[in-house]
Design a protein around this ligand. Structure first.
Ligand code: AHG
Ligand code: MN
Ligand code: MN
Length: 339
């Protein structure tokens, strides 16, 4: 007999999950739904990116006479416009804008959530048809409902996240998110434009074989990272070494692989970037929330849990280590040993 199964859409799943909370108002459900819609629009443009040369260069006009935007600017505008017209959201911090964006309509001021996002992550991969992503993080505002959102709303530690996730524009398009009850993944069926539940409860393996780091920066790495890389490369079948190096250069894609298969992602501080490269509020915190919710760990490589770092500015950077718990322990041990 053929096994019958029920195909849950993203929206059905979110509604069911939120219904478990007796006091849920539906605001978060709607907000996650808006993110899903914006991501489908960005996905359409991502899929068309290779045709830009035929249909119009970026920065020029397309055949409809509209100007063709760079994809990261397009993604930013798309999320900003959808979130700006969502009554649940009062403000946004995005990698693409220096200042926070406060949505000031009367309805937006009533919104109880703020969003931090990297609208297009891995942008150096756009032109070469390699996986890219969108990262988002949702907090409850701490300023008074009815007023404009202010900086302190966006400077909450990652432990205060209500939800976080990413969209991976890869060989399939996936939306992966958490509201603090585990990590769930949905895959887009492009023929009907709907996300379906495909990964019910993602658990990161306790250890793995993938290590992801830009080794081109090797000579500028801290000693602990250099030693850890050497450890990864040692031939020792009893510990599954040597590990396998995989680095896409899109955090979303590198993290996604490591979460599913087991691995570690490292973007440490370097001599030229003493705070590392990645941004705390819209890259590291959301990924750290997903990492922990799937059973992994995320630190700054110096024993500090990413989610507990109080942000001092909205575009703050931090060294970032995340992955399978056993691999993280090993990497942290090297960092301590060679501090
Ligand atoms: P973005 O495209 O949003 O600026 O982010 C790129 C980030 C991250 O996705 C990736 O892992 C890292 O930068 C790659 O940096 P390097 O090219 O220095 O390795
Ligand atoms: Mn990024
Ligand atoms: Mn980006």
């Amino acid at each position: 007999m053929t096994k019958k199964f029920r195909a849950y859409t993203l929206n059905e799943f979110i509604v069911r999950q939120q219904n478990a909370f007796p006091y849920a108002t539906g605001d978060l459900t709607r907000l996650l739904g808006h993110i899903g819609i914006a991501s489908k629009i960005v996905n359409r443009e991502v899929n068309m990116a290779g045709l830009v040369d035929i249909l119009g260069e970026t920065g020029t006009e397309n055949i409809q006479g509209e100007s063709v935007k760079k994809l990261d600017a397009f993604a930013n505008d798309q999320f900003k416009s959808i979130l700006g017209s969502s009554i649940e959201v009062c403000g946004l911090v995005t990698e693409e804008e220096k200042d926070l964006v406060s949505f000031e309509s009367d309805l937006s001021r009533e919104g109880k959530y703020i969003v931090c996002m990297d609208p297009l992550d891995g942008s150096s991969n756009i032109d070469v048809n390699v996986s890219i992503g969108t990262i988002f993080s949702i907090y409850r505002r701490i300023s008074e409902i009815g007023s404009a959102s202010v900086e302190k709303d966006f400077l909450q530690p990652g432990t205060k996240q209500v939800a976080a996730g990413y969209v991976l524009y890869g060989s399939s398009t996936m939306l992966v998110y958490t509201t603090g009850m585990g990590v769930t993944g949905f895959t887009l069926d492009p023929s009907i434009g709907e996300f379906f539940l495909s990964h019910a409860k993602i658990v990161m393996p306790a250890e793995g074989r993938f290590y992801s780091i830009n080794e081109g920066n090797y000579i500028n790495f801290p000693q602990g990272v250099k030693q850890y890389i050497k450890y990864c490369q040692v031939d020792d079948p009893s510990t599954n070494r040597p590990y396998t190096s995989r680095y896409v250069g899109s955090l979303v894609a590198d993290f996604h692989r490591n979460m599913l298969k087991g691995g570690i992602y490292i973007y440490p501080e370097t001599t030229s970037m003493p705070e590392g490269k990645l941004r705390l509020t819209y890259e590291c915190n959301p990924i750290a929330f997903l990492a922990e919710q799937s059973g992994g760990i995320a630190t700054n490589g110096r024993g500090r849990r990413i989610l507990e770092i109080p942000p001092e500015s909205i575009h703050q950077r931090t060294p970032f280590f995340t992955g399978s718990p056993k691999m993280m322990k090993q990497a942290e041990d090297f960092m301590q040993l060679y501090a």
